[in-house]
Design a protein around this ligand. Structure first.
Ligand code: AMP
Ligand code: AMP
Length: 361
């Protein structure tokens, strides 16, 4: 239950001087560039020493310096954000560094997005429930390691780890060995090892679509698709086969970057339908439902089944591969459009229509 009264804060804002604010990391460049292109001011909550990139691209009108991202919750930081009439855009670093209770109870700024859905995102069980009740195809979950015997399973750990320490196994014995190995390599902690989340491994290719739900237009937009480059799994096939066979490599999936992609055109109907179902279901599980960006992680199998294994209720870093636009946004807008700019446009339109309360929580 969200305990923050946003209307009161918004009532004190100068609507002619709204700023877009976020933490300086993850997709801040995307968010700031879009805000500036739409004529809004930008505020970067930045760790001292990490401002170089935002200065280099000249995208932040104001800096609020903090020692660690969690300090965005400090009273002084929040007061400075309010002084700048800030609408805060959450991204992956919010999930990684601030817990959900704090987001709901201590962070008293208008957030572009639905805070309650962010809680659905941080729990793997809740994600699975959201995806499956929306009618999407999802991987099987193994509750007992012995169930995987002879099948390929994917082992994940709690929190926003970006794939770090995740691995693939086919037996309980291999599982024990690999957990030990990941602990020794310090890719996971003891606590992680006690809370594994084991999914059926889906064989196919990864396709990660980015959607935008506009509360003002009541419409789903497909703003792009990406793929990830993950270490070390995407690197091991550069090792010649004879040497590879001799190594006992236990690769992990630490995300390093993203590629833009376009999907086979006949997949697009289903990709768009999936976004619509997710947003309809969001209205039921967490009213008012999606606000702005949400993104899926899927694997497309050889039968062209699309299996969804994760959902984010906010901008994902894969959107950064599309700053300036892509074929889908060009088809829809006939102008450069991308997630950061689309967010800023929704904020701008909501201010114009005096319906800003419909796009923040
Ligand atoms: P960072 O501030 O870079 O530590 O990122 C914050 C969170 O977002 C971490 O959980 C990362 O794993 C995740 N993240 C950062 N960049 C990416 C990316 N390119 N793709 C997917 N997840 C990312
Ligand atoms: P995640 O942190 O859940 O996004 O997972 C990190 C990476 O692991 C993804 O980008 C995929 O490459 C891979 N992955 C995750 N879940 C599965 C799955 N069930 N089957 C196959 N690959 C997966």
């Amino acid at each position: 239950m969200v305990a923050v009264d946003i209307s009161k804060i918004l009532a004190g804002y100068n609507k002619k001087k709204i700023s877009i604010a976020t933490l300086g990391s993850h997709s801040a460049l995307n968010i700031f560039k879009g805000a500036k292109e739409e004529g809004l001011r930008t505020v970067c909550v930045c760790i001292k020493g990490q401002e170089k990139v935002y200065k280099y691209f000249d995208l932040a009108d104001e800096f609020i310096y903090v020692e660690k991202f969690h300090d965005i919750l400090n009273k002084e930081t929040q007061e400075k954000l309010v002084e700048h009439n800030s609408i805060v855009v959450p991204h992956g670093s919010f999930n990684a560094y601030i817990n959900q209770d704090e987001m709901e109870n201590k962070f008293k700024l208008p957030l572009f997005g639905n805070r309650t859905l962010l809680r659905w995102e941080v729990s793997r069980e809740k994600q699975h429930e959201w995806l499956s009740t929306a009618g999407l195809k999802v991987p099987r979950i193994y509750h007992n390691i012995d169930e995987i015997e002879g099948k390929l399973a994917f082992v994940k750990f709690p929190g926003a780890k970006g794939g770090k320490g995740y691995f693939v196994v086919d037996s309980a014995k291999a599982y024990e060995k690999k957990i030990k190995d990941m602990l020794e390599r310090k890719l996971i902690t003891k606590e992680d090892a006690e809370h594994p989340y084991v999914q059926e491994y889906i064989v196919g290719v990864s396709v990660y679509p980015h959607y935008f739900y506009s509360p003002l237009k009541n419409e789903i937009e497909l703003l792009g698709i990406d793929k990830r480059y993950e270490s070390s799994v995407d690197g091991i096939f550069r090792i010649p086969v004879p040497e590879l066979l001799g190594q006992k490599i236990n690769p992990s999936f630490t995300v390093v970057g993203n590629f833009p992609m376009v999907a086979r055109e006949s997949l697009l109907n289903e990709i768009i339908r999936m976004g619509e179902r997710i947003s309809q279901q969001a209205k039921k599980i967490a009213p008012p439902g999606c606000i702005g960006p949400f993104c899926l992680e899927t694997i497309v199998t050889e039968n062209l089944d699309i299996i969804a294994f994760e959902i984010s209720a906010r901008i994902v870093a894969g959107c950064n591969a599309h700053i300036g636009g892509n074929p889908y946004t060009y088809l829809k807008y006939s102008e450069p459009m991308y997630m950061g700019k689309r967010i800023a446009r929704e904020v701008k339109n909501a201010i114009k229509k005096e319906t800003i309360e419909d796009v923040v929580t």
